[in-house]
Design a protein. Structure first.
Length: 111
C-alpha cells in the first residue's frame, strides 16, 4: 500500500519496495511549505514526483518503476516524463551527421 500525507512541517511518504515499505520524512520550514503549496499542489505528491524524476534522470528507475511509484498508467507515465524529463537526451553533435545522412538519402533519385 502506498501512503501519502502531509505533516505541518514536513512530508511523509511510504514507498513500496517489494513487500517492504520505506518511510521518508522531510522537514520543511512553514514559509517554504506555503510557497510550494500555493498553487494548490499537495506537498507529498510534489516530493514523490521529484523523487521519481530524479531516479529516472539518474537511471536508477526505469519508466515502468516511475509509473508504479506514482500510480500512473503507461500512457500517463509517458506524458508525465515528456512534460518533466528529457526522454530523448541527444547531443546536437550526434544529430547533425544523422540529419545530413537523411538529407542525402532524400536527394538521391531511386529510379
Amino acid at each position: 500500500m502506498l501512503s501519502l500525507y502531509n505533516g505541518s512541517f514536513g512530508v511523509t511518504d511510504a514507498i513500496l519496495v517489494g513487500t517492504m515499505s520505506v518511510r521518508v520524512v522531510i522537514d520543511i520550514p512553514d514559509e517554504i511549505a506555503a510557497q510550494l503549496t500555493a498553487g494548490g499542489r499537495e506537498l507529498s505528491r510534489t516530493a514523490l514526483e521529484a523523487l521519481a524524476l530524479e531516479g529516472y534522470r539518474l537511471g536508477t528507475l526505469n519508466q515502468l518503476q516511475v509509473g508504479r511509484l506514482l500510480g500512473l498508467t503507461r500512457i500517463e507515465t509517458e506524458d508525465f516524463l515528456a512534460a518533466h524529463a528529457d526522454l530523448y537526451d541527444f547531443d546536437p553533435a550526434e544529430l547533425s551527421p544523422e540529419a545530413q545522412a537523411l538529407a542525402n538519402l532524400s536527394d538521391t533519385d531511386p529510379r
